[in-house]
Ligand binder design. Structure first.
Ligand code: PXP
Length: 255
């Protein structure tokens, strides 16, 4: 049997900044959370610098880059302003996401097909600077094929609809979304893309999705920051790592 590819845990610290910004001031500090997450076993840190700076701010991103010892995944919209900041920050990776000011969170995947003319040069500029680019997209064959055509090395599959359906007990919807993810992950890998997944994952869905050998990184934020309030961040990271390891071992026959 071929070796099981390792699965990385990227911890999104946006909501530490959300809590800080609710009061102003400096606490709680997302960089402190990032350092603690790494100490507890995170393989990387993700932060989203939104156009409206509602959580992570420019100096948070600069401090994350300067202070953490693991890869920084800089999430951003494909705008000229963000491109400039990313090129100056030089994170390990950039994940391009769609962004609307009125949304509560990133609601859907990037329309790579519709925006291919704009995204192509973005991917090239970031790649030329040595930054690994990822596109946050739905598990839609047309979007996946376009991501490969534009030579993005990585995609992150938006698994929010599946996670919501699982949590709400909508069995049929959850199964349909799951099948889309399985097929999408296989298609992406066969197109030469590295495959990540994120949005809405909790212990249950993270364990399930860890059984897909095509997926090599999960980016998780909201659920873990909520859990951290009850059991602490380090324990949450260890529990998430354990859920991922259980799922990875089972592989559930999706090879
Ligand atoms: N991946 C991407 C690209 C995201 O935009 C987000 C949300 O900011 C996440 C992962 C993490 O999602 P969640 O906070 O629901 O775990």
């Amino acid at each position: 049997m071929p070796a099981i590819p390792p699965l990385r845990l990227g911890v999104n610290v946006d909501h530490v900044a959300t809590l800080r910004n609710a009061r102003g001031g400096r606490a709680p500090d997302p960089v402190r959370a990032a350092l603690l997450a790494i100490e507890a076993g995170a393989d990387g840190i993700t932060a989203h610098l939104r156009e409206d700076r509602r959580h992570i701010r420019d100096d948070d991103m600069a401090r994350l880059k300067a202070e953490i010892s693991k890869p920084l995944n800089f999430e951003m919209a494909a705008t000229a302003e963000m491109l400039q900041i990313a090129l100056a920050t030089k994170p390990h990776a950039v994940c391009l996401v769609p962004e609307r000011r009125t949304e509560v969170t990133t609601e859907g995947g990037l329309d790579v097909v519709g925006q291919r003319d704009a995204l192509g040069p973005f991917i090239a500029r970031l790649g030329d600077a040595g930054i690994r680019v990822s596109l946050f997209i739905a598990a839609d064959p047309a979007q996946i094929e376009m991501a490969a055509k534009l030579k993005s090395p990585v995609i992150e599959i938006h698994v929010g609809a599946w996670c919501d359906a699982v949590v709400e007990g909508q069995k049929q919807k959850a199964e349909a979304e799951w099948q889309r993810i399985v097929a999408g992950a296989k298609l992406a890998q066969s197109a030469g893309l590295e495959v990540h997944a994120g949005h809405g994952l909790d212990y249950v869905t993270a364990e399930t999705i860890s059984a897909l050998p095509q997926i090599v990184e999960l980016n998780i934020g909201h659920f873990m920051m909520g859990e951290a309030m009850f059991v602490g961040l380090a324990q949450t990271i260890r529990d998430m790592r354990a859920a991922m390891d259980r799922g990875r071992k089972s592989l559930r026959g999706h090879r």
